[in-house]
Design a protein around this ligand. Structure first.
Ligand code: ADP
Ligand code: MG
Length: 206
């Protein structure tokens, strides 16, 4: 996405604002009813901080991460903040994105979330969408798929990951306080992560 990084970030903001109540309602079931509010506050600030003429994708993502870190409380602020910052490091200086670049950035984002949150797959978090999405994404790229085709397949897996979070007990974050009562509800963070991937895919497809 040559020098259209601001546009993509603005689209992610639109998605977050549109899904603010949905994400908050999901968090009401197993958390403290603030996931949508947190993300909406963070991305509002991001669209103000990232310049519309920013061409360096890495720099824009680093700024996104720093803004999320400083404006969003709760678990998701530091986790998404770290994810965007780590992705930004990988993409420093880039004004265009290859399929491999996107995979490397997604991998770094996931590693950042895991370092910060100390969670593994299967603990009912955003990782249950992101890790399977990444695995499928890289497998598709290895077969020669372009970003959009690989993301299509990755998003299918992310959505399966959301469904999977309904079947398991949360062992990290606030939802873990509920123990078995967290079963039956989909994870808000897995949902916002999947919505983010879908928005990036739709942006690149347009
Ligand atoms: P809080 O839980 O502090 O209120 P949010 O409601 O904004 O923060 O975000 C909750 C989401 O954060 C969860 O749905 C889950 O996906 C994610 N999350 C919580 N703890 C972790 C963790 N340790 N690692 C990865 N993701 C986590
Ligand atoms: Mg919450």
């Amino acid at each position: 996405m040559p020098s259209r990084v601001y546009e993509c970030i603005a689209k992610i903001n639109d998605t977050i604002q549109e899904n603010k109540d949905f994400l908050t309602d999901l968090d009401r079931e197993i958390g403290d009813a603030d996931h949508g509010v947190n993300m909406a506050r963070g991305f509002n600030a991001v669209t103000e901080k990232v310049s519309q003429d920013e061409t360096d994708i890495g720099a824009a993502l680093k700024k996104t991460g720093m803004t999320l870190l400083s404006t969003v409380g709760g678990a998701s602020g530091p986790l998404y903040g770290t994810a965007y910052m780590e992705a930004g490091k990988v993409l420093a200086g880039k004004t265009e994105l290859s399929a491999e670049d996107f995979g490397a950035a997604l991998n770094a984002a996931i590693a950042g979330i895991q370092k910060r949150g100390k969670a593994e797959r299967g603990e009912k978090t955003m990782l249950d969408a992101l890790i399977p999405a990444y695995e499928t994404y890289t497998a598709k790229v290895a077969e020669g798929a372009d970003i959009v085709t690989a993301l299509d397949a990755a998003i299918e897996e992310a959505n399966k990951g959301i469904e999977y979070t309904k079947t398991i007990r949360a062992t990290k974050g606030r939802a873990s306080y509920l123990g078995d009562r967290s079963i039956g509800h989909q994870d808000p963070g897995a949902t916002s992560a999947t919505l983010t991937l879908e928005t990036i895919r739709d942006f690149l497809k347009a």
